[in-house]
Ligand binder design. Structure first.
Ligand SMILES: *[C@@H]1O[C@H](CO)[C@@H](O)[C@H](O)[C@H]1NC(C)=O
Ligand SMILES: *[C@@H]1O[C@H](CO)[C@@H](O)[C@H](O)[C@H]1NC(C)=O
Ligand SMILES: *[C@@H]1O[C@H](CO)[C@@H](O)[C@H](O)[C@H]1NC(C)=O
Length: 380
C-alpha cells in the first residue's frame, strides 16, 4: 500500500547502539554518484530495467528479478544471492494462488561462521501495484528507485569491503572488529502492495511477513552468538517512496533515532560540502532546483528519542518491528497529513516524474550512511 495507521510507535526510552564511524569530508567528496550510465531512465544499466510493471507472478516480475540477480552475479560476484519463495491466496475472487519471491543478497566478513555474524540490513520492495484502473503502472518511487539505490550502494562499497576484509591486509587492519563482526544484506521484497480495493488485514506485505517469520523460526545452532537470522539483524533500514523532489522523512522509532540522526547529520554535512545536487547552492543545481527547495529532508533531526511519536506507516518494516528488530523507516510522507508524494499510486509515478537530482542524492546519502555503519573510512 502503504497506509497510515493510528498506532503510534511505543515510546521506548532505550535506543540501540552499534558502531558508527562517520566518513571524513574527503571521503564524502569522493563517493560515487549514480550517473547517466547507471540511472538514465531509458538506458541506465541499473535503473532503466526496473522501470516496468512488476506485478507478483507475472513475466514482468520475473524479468526484474533476473535483472537484480544478474547485476550481482555479473558485477559483484562475491555477494551471495538467495531466493525465498512463498505462495498465498490473494483476496481477489477467482484468482489462482500467487507466488512471491524475495531476493536476498549478502556479503559477510571472511573466516567467521555465518551464525556468529550480525548483518546491517537494507530493504526495498521490487513488486509494483496491481490495480485494474492503473494498467501499465510503473511505481518509479514505489519502489524502483529505492531498489536502484540499493544496487548503487552495493557497487559503491564492494571494493572497500574487499580491502577491509582481504586477509592480505589484516596486519594493517585497524577497523576489523572480530568481537562484533558485521556483514551486510540487502532484501528486495516481493508482494508489498495490496490487491484488494479495500483494506484487509492479510493483504499486502506478503514477502516481508513470510521472511520475518521464517528468519525467526529457523534457529541458529546452540552456541551461536545470535539466536536466529532475525536476531542477527543489527539494524533494518527500509527505503520506500523515494525519488520525488523535496522529500520529508520523519523519525518513527525511538529505538533507532540515533541512526536517523546519523542520516540527518550526513544530509547537513553533504549540503555544507555542496555535494547534494538537489541543493539550490550546489554548483550542479539546475534552474528548477534553485526554486521551491525545502530542506532538511530529515525533519525530526532536532528531536530527542523521547519526543518521537509519529504514527507509523504500514510497510515491509512492520513484520520485522513486531518481532523486535530495530527498524529505521526511510519514507517520504507528510507527518501532518499522512500524504505521500503527489505521484503515489497514480499513472504519474513513472521514470519521467522522478527528480533525478534527488534520486542521485539518495544514492550518495545511503552509501555514506552504510559506509559509516560498516567502518569503511580509509578503505574507499
Ligand atoms: C568491538 O565491538 C564490541 C561490541 O560492539 C565493542 O564492545 C568493542 O569495543 C569493539 N572493539 C573495537 C576495537 O572497536
Ligand atoms: C560461533 O559459533 C559457535 C557454534 O557453532 C560457537 O561454538 C563459538 O563459540 C562462536 N564463536 C564466537 C567467536 O562467538
Ligand atoms: C568539513 O567540511 C565542513 C564544511 O565545509 C567544515 O566546516 C569542516 O571544518 C570540515 N571538517 C574538516 C575536519 O575539515
Amino acid at each position: 500500500m502503504p497506509a497510515l495507521t493510528l498506532i503510534a510507535a511505543l515510546c521506548f526510552l532505550l535506543t540501540t547502539t552499534h558502531s558508527y564511524t562517520p566518513f571524513s569530508n574527503e571521503t564524502l567528496s569522493s563517493l560515487p554518484r549514480p550517473d547517466n550510465k547507471t540511472f538514465n531512465i531509458h538506458t541506465g544499466t541499473i535503473l532503466a530495467p526496473l522501470l516496468h510493471p512488476r506485478i507478483p507472478g507475472t513475466l514482468g516480475s520475473k524479468a526484474v528479478r533476473q535483472h537484480i540477480t544478474s547485476f550481482f552475479a555479473t558485477n559483484l560476484p562475491t555477494w551471495n544471492i538467495e531466493y525465498q519463495t512463498s505462495t498465498s491466496q490473494i483476496p481477489i475472487a477467482g484468482s489462482p494462488k500467487t507466488h512471491f519471491t524475495n531476493i536476498i543478497v549478502s556479503r559477510d566478513p571472511p573466516g567467521i561462521e555465518p551464525h556468529n555474524i550480525s548483518r546491517l540490513t537494507l530493504a526495498a520492495h521490487y513488486d509494483s501495484l496491481s490495480d485494474p484502473e492503473l494498467q501499465g503502472f510503473i511505481g518509479a518511487i514505489d519502489s524502483a528507485a529505492p531498489c536502484a539505490i540499493l544496487m548503487h550502494l552495493a557497487q559503491s562499497i564492494d571494493a572497500a569491503l574487499s580491502r577491509k576484509w582481504d586477509p592480505a591486509s589484516k596486519g594493517r587492519n585497524l577497523n576489523l572488529n572480530t568481537t562484533d563482526p558485521i556483514g551486510i544484506q540487502l532484501i528486495f521484497f516481493d508482494g508489498e502492495e495490496t490487491f484488494a480495493p479495500t483494506l484487509l488485514a492479510n493483504d499486502g506485505l506478503y514477502g516481508s511477513r513470510v521472511l520475518a517469520a521464517q528468519w525467526t523460526v529457523t534457529a541458529y545452532p546452540e552456541f551461536a552468538t545470535y539466536e536466529s537470522r532475525l536476531d542477527a539483524i543489527t539494524l533494518f533500514v527500509l527505503l520506500d517512496l523515494l525519488g520525488s523532489r523535496n522529500p520529508t522523512v520523519p523519525s518513527f522509532y525511538p529505538v533507532t533515532h540515533g541512526s536517523y540522526q546519523h542520516l540527518a547529520d550526513l544530509e547537513r554535512r553533504l549540503r555544507e560540502l555542496d555535494l547534494l545536487n538537489s541543493d539550490p547552492d550546489s554548483d550542479s543545481a539546475s534552474e528548477a532546483d534553485r526554486e521551491e527547495v525545502q530542506y532538511p529532508w530529515f525533519i525530526d533531526a532536532d528531536l530527542t528519542a523521547m519526543d518521537i511519536s509519529r504514527p507509523i506507516v504500514q510497510d515491509d518494516q512492520v513484520p520485522f518491528a513486531a518481532l523486535g528488530v530495530p527498524v529505521l523507516h526511510v519514507i517520504d510522507v507528510d507527518p501532518g497529513t499522512g500524504a505521500f508524494p503527489a505521484v503515489w499510486h497514480t499513472m504519474n509515478d513513472d521514470g519521467a516524474h522522478l527528480d533525478m537530482s534527488t534520486v542521485g542524492d539518495w544514492g550518495v546519502l545511503v552509501t555514506a550512511f552504510v559506509g559509516g555503519c560498516l567502518g569503511l573510512e580509509g578503505y574507499l
